[in-house]
Design a protein around this ligand. Sequence first.
Ligand code: APR
Length: 171
Amino acid sequence: MTPRLEVVQGDITSLQVDAIINAANETLLGGGGVDGAIHRAAGAELLAFCRALDGCRTGEAKITPGFRLPARHVIHTVGPVWCGGGNGEAEQLASCYRQSFRLAREHDLASLAFPAISCGVFGYPSAAAAKIAVSESRQALSANPGLERVLLVAFDAAMADTFSQALGVSR
Ligand code: APR
């Protein structure tokens, strides 16, 4: 029986799922990191589509087609910049997951893949972020029977170990 929540290590742009989540910025006009990789793989149509979305606030999410990606959709969410933890960062990060799961439910998506939102340029401590990712994913999976698979995608081994520890499984 394939577990409904799994950690994988690799490039999120290669995954053939209903939606991959993009760790974007409030302009939605691309950037570095996973945002840059997704825009490069999706092609110029993604940027053109995003231009019409009028940005996205931190903690919120917007959905687009996947264009040239193997994933059918991209859910763009904007994580918090880590400012020491006293600025509501945890709640904002949890909101990124909740809003992404809300859009997945509205669009009847069954498989999702999340990068480690805010754990790169935005500096969120990985272990704390991984706990939020696992907790919100478990809640979404129990609340939404139509959600069949959630992948937590680590770009490197360290993040894969951190996700696995949060999930309580040994790699
Ligand atoms: N596949 C999966 N994960 C990736 C990939 C990829 N191709 N590329 C990077 N990552 C990982 C990083 O290693 C990190 O663990 O995604 C995680 C999030 O890092 P960032 O992409 O830097 O995102 P974030 O910390 O949320 O910062 C967002 O960076 O790229 C800009 O426009 C973006 O301004 C926004 C900011």
